[in-house]
Design a protein around this ligand. Structure first.
Ligand SMILES: Cc1ncc(COP(=O)(O)O)c(C=O)c1O
Length: 471
């Protein structure tokens, strides 16, 4: 079959039609979320852009849900992959290999440097799988099946982990979830569950979580016993890149830990400097007992994930061999890529370079907020941003985010004489916003380009009669 790049326009269209037909006829939708009715057919990627089979260039503002923090086709990371392909591309996980051990040391050292806590790490192949492993560590150590998580949280979609992800949609067809997590309201201040005024509530929601331990009659704990083994936290929720106040977690995390409830910090989406620090927990004055990493851990290449836990939870006498084994759990292409990703990340001095970039990006969004009255709020932490669309009273403009995503993907926009489209992600409980996670090495010129194209997308959103009142 001839490479698509070599085909003339007519032949190319035929090939595209053929591929769409294959999708229609053979693909189950089990492995996608199909946010868009007609997904783009991706062909190439580099830096912050994806090029489709029609050679349209898309500026990607979400980087595979933050799986490619260090840019598509990062040369350093690709080289490590190629080196490993020529040395040890595959080998039994029962053996040791150098990259795996060096990688484990890097993670444990980094966590020790930030917390003073010693721990150990094990690997797996995707986000949900290390959340599963974290659950096993919790069950083994606490002998409790039930855990808590937060409304709006996402921790993955394997059968067990679906019980921790808040959305009822993910469970509704799959029978009973006997161990489903107990879910507490998250500090989503612009849509406060308790209808409090942001900034004027004295951390009410955090205090209510701590209060749930006060008496037997609240159903979770008595003086000397807890029903939950752990609290799973997604510190800035991926649902809308919601950023809670700095004081939120410290309202209840220490109280939980004092009671022997383990704190599992899911850094799968917000770790790896996404929030401007290596780990998001560093913003929040808490020290987790268990940490999960995935996504940008290998910059989206040859996936590998990791679960770290305090020494006493996963010492070799506690978490004995095979407790969480999977055939490909520490595959050598993954460990080599993760090790290089880690080294690349640590060499970039992000802690010092990202604050200015983050402020510049946020100023761009604030400028758009002043221009478009339907933008209710913009917010950011490091290189994680959100935009919320609402009417003048602050009522969420339902599905506006989804519409913006479609407009960005399906229409052409001009910037300095070049045509671009844009990959956006909608967010918020009502799809009333956008969540943005540009790659961390984005240049200031690329930020300007992003803002110029986003400006045109938002103008379209307003122009097409799709204002909040018409929605
Ligand atoms: C915070 C968080 N945890 C867990 C997962 C699940 O990861 P995976 O899709 O690789 O199973 C995700 C994926 O989006 C995530 O964002």
């Amino acid at each position: 079959m001839q490479a698509i790049d070599r085909l003339d326009a007519q032949e190319r269209q035929k090939r595209i039609n053929y591929l769409r037909e294959l999708d229609e006829q053979y693909m189950s939708w089990g492995d996608t979320v199909h946010y868009q009715k007609r997904p783009i057919i991706a062909h190439r990627c580099r830096g912050e852009t994806v090029t489709d089979i029609n050679q349209r260039i898309y500026i990607d503002t979400q980087m595979w849900h933050s799986s490619c923090n260090f840019g598509y086709r990062n040369a350093d990371i690709e080289q490590a992959m190629n080196r490993q392909l020529n040395t040890l591309p595959q080998v039994s996980g029962d053996f040791l290999h150098e990259e795996k051990l060096l990688l484990a040391k890097q993670i444990c050292d980094a966590i020790y440097d930030r917390t003073g806590v010693k721990g150990r790490v094990s690997f797996n192949v995707g986000g949900s799988l290390v959340v599963e492993d974290a659950l096993k560590i919790v069950r083994k150590n606490t002998r409790r099946n039930r855990v808590a998580s937060m409304m709006g949280a996402y921790h993955g979609r394997t059968l067990t982990v679906s019980g921790l992800s808040s959305s009822h949609r993910y469970r509704q067809y799959f029978g009973e979830f006997a161990d489903r997590a107990i879910m507490f309201p998250f500090a989503h201040c612009s849509q406060c569950y308790y209808e409090k005024t942001p900034g004027d509530c004295g951390d009410y929601c955090g205090k209510m979580i701590a209060k749930s331990l006060d008496t037997d009659f609240y159903g979770i704990a008595s003086e000397d016993s807890n029903e939950i083994g752990a609290f799973f936290l997604e510190l800035c929720q991926g649902r809308g890149y919601t950023i809670p106040p700095k004081s939120f977690f410290s309202q209840f995390v220490p109280a939980m830990q004092k009671r022997g409830i383990l704190i599992v910090d899911d850094e799968i989406q917000v770790g790896m400097y996404r929030t401007g620090k290596l780990f998001a927990f560093e913003h929040y004055d808490i020290v987790p007992d268990i940490i999960t990493l995935s996504k940008s851990f290998t910059n989206g290449l040859s996936p590998l994930s990791a679960v770290w836990a305090r020494e006493e939870l996963v010492g070799r006498d506690v978490f004995t061999p095979g407790h969480a084994h999977s055939n490909f759990a520490n595959h050598s292409l993954g460990t080599a890529v993760a090790l290089q990703t880690w080294r690349y990340m640590m060499s970039r001095n992000y802690e010092n370079t990202l604050p200015d970039k983050s402020a510049y990006y946020l100023r761009g969004l604030q400028h758009l907020k002043h221009k478009y009255p339907f933008i209710h709020q913009v917010d950011g932490l490091g290189m994680l941003f959100n935009i919320t669309f609402a009417d003048e009273l602050g009522h969420p403009w339902r599905d506006a985010g989804k519409r913006a995503v479609t407009l960005a993907q399906d229409f052409d926009y001009l910037y300095q004489g070049e045509v671009y489209r844009m990959i956006l992600n909608s967010g918020g409980y009502y799809n009333e916003g956008l969540k943005l996670a540009p790659y961390l090495d984005i240049t200031y010129e690329e930020i300007d380009r992003t803002m110029a194209v986003l400006d045109q997308v938002l103008a379209e959103l307003g122009n097409r009669g799709m204002t909040p009142s018409a929605a």
